[in-house]
Design a protein around this ligand. Structure first.
Ligand code: ADP
Length: 421
């Protein structure tokens, strides 16, 4: 064999080896593709790979479509929508958010919350939501329009924070107008009502020797004037509480003491209706953060109703108990009860279960509505449990005071930012 033949054989051997290695590696590749896709053979693998590529393309297209739709939708919204990253950099803000905060279109994205909003209060709400999960607030925008804007912030389950801003200037203006109207009307009504009341009182004295029929009529005028006066006073009260013009004078309040004094105040009224007031009170409970007079007013309203709607005598029980983080107060009566369907509605203003059965008991239908506003402005809850015909229990809770005693003037229920989860 000459050198050329030897070289030829060696080259042939290398070529065969390379082809063999390629075949083996291709086979391995096919094996691992079969394993990964669960395919039966090479054709099946091809089919599956093509299907996977098509699916990926569909998914990419859908994601793009969703992103376009979301952008389009948020631009259609009249509410401002802002998305912040974990470090509170604005990732996205729709047109309404720019208009509401009077920022140049497109000028917010990429800036820090403080730079973008130029308002530390909004940044504060976003920061609180980032920390605690959610936060709300209402503020007047520092701009030419001076719009009143509510800000709701929620931490995203994935990352960052979403803010939703709503311009409530018109709503607040109408609420103020309504409150002013009721305020003026109530003041206007009070003067003639006081005069009628005094006249009825004098007439009752002058009519001592008059016929029983006339005396009866005069006494009815006195009773109805009393109802009207109560309604005007409660309407005024409710309107002020609802519009947030009532300021709670917060202090540490002992609800056991409030229960004792309120029960004492209403004891005579209850006894006249043949009812006892029993107390179910612990020695002490933690103080709550609240306005003592307003919380006393809630209890007066509940006790008043308990007596009014318990025509067959028995005992009304006033109880207080401390639960984790809150103090619970309840008033249990043996009265006519509230039908299940009405339980949720009796806290609405002017709602009376059945006007026929309320006849002769007076009342405006505003007492529970006032009670609900007062309790909720203390961060508490109020509800009723009842079976028609077997009495009712009205319960409210107030959060325990955080730390030491607090006193002073604080904003009403609508103001400021609050955090929650
Ligand atoms: P009112 O001035 O009519 O008592 P409230 O707002 O205090 O107004 O109560 C609303 C309605 O709820 C009452 O008219 C009555 O129908 C029902 N209600 C309230 N408390 C009781 C109670 N303890 N037992 C039965 N019904 C009650």
């Amino acid at each position: 064999m000459d050198t050329v033949e030897i070289l030829f054989i060696v080259a042939l051997a290398i070529l065969l080896g390379w082809a063999l290695a390629l075949a083996i590696s291709r086979g391995r590749m096919l094996d691992s593709l079969r394993d990964a896709t669960g395919a039966a053979d090479a054709d099946d693998i091809e089919r599956r790979v093509r299907a996977a590529l098509e699916e990926a393309e569909d998914a990419r297209w859908n994601a793009e479509q969703t992103s376009h739709d979301t952008d389009y939708l948020t631009e259609l919204l009249t509410a401002g929508v802002v998305r912040l990253a974990d470090d509170l950099t604005v990732e996205f803000a729709n047109g309404a958010a720019h208009v509401m905060l009077e920022r140049r279109p497109g000028s917010m994205a990429g800036r820090s919350a403080l730079e973008a909003f130029v308002d530390a209060r909004i940044e504060g709400i976003a920061r609180t939501a980032m920390e605690f999960g959610s936060s709300n607030g209402e503020l007047t925008v520092r701009s030419n329009s001076g719009a009143t804007v509510t800000v709701r912030a929620r931490r995203s389950p994935v990352s960052g924070v979403w803010l939703v801003l709503e311009d409530v200037s018109e709503l607040r203006r109408l609420q103020r107008m309504r409150a002013e109207f009721i305020d003026n009307l109530s003041h206007e009504l009070r003067t003639p009502l006081t005069t009628i009341s005094l006249l009825a009182e004098t007439a009752a004295r002058d009519a001592e020797s008059a016929s029983p029929r006339l005396r009866d009529r005069i006494s009815k005028i006195e009773v109805e004037t009393g109802h009207l006066t109560q309604m005007v006073n409660e309407l005024l009260d409710l309107s002020r509480i609802e519009s947030g013009t009532v300021r709670l004078l917060l202090d540490d309040v002992d609800l056991v003491k409030v229960a004792q004094t309120t029960s004492e105040r209403l004891r005579l009224f209850a006894e006249r209706q043949g009812l006892r007031i029993d107390l179910d009170l612990p020695d002490r409970v933690s103080p709550v953060r609240g306005d003592e007079d307003r919380l006393g007013q809630v209890l007066v309203n509940l006790l008043h109703n308990a007596v009014k709607f318990s025509p067959n005598g028995g005992a009304v029980v006033v109880g207080v108990r401390e639960d984790p983080g809150e103090v619970r107060v309840w008033v249990k009566d043996p009265g006519i009860g509230v039908p299940r369907a009405d339980l949720a509605r009796i806290f609405e203003r002017f709602y009376k279960v059945d006007r026929a059965r309320a006849r002769g008991r007076g009342g405006t239908g505003l007492g529970l509505s006032i009670a609900r506003h007062v309790v909720e402005s203390h961060g508490g809850r109020i509800w009723a449990e009842s079976e028609e015909g077997s009495g009712s229990t009205f319960i409210f809770t107030v959060p325990v005071a955080p730390g030491g005693p607090i006193s002073g003037d604080v904003p009403g229920p609508d103001a400021g930012a609050d955090a929650g989860s």
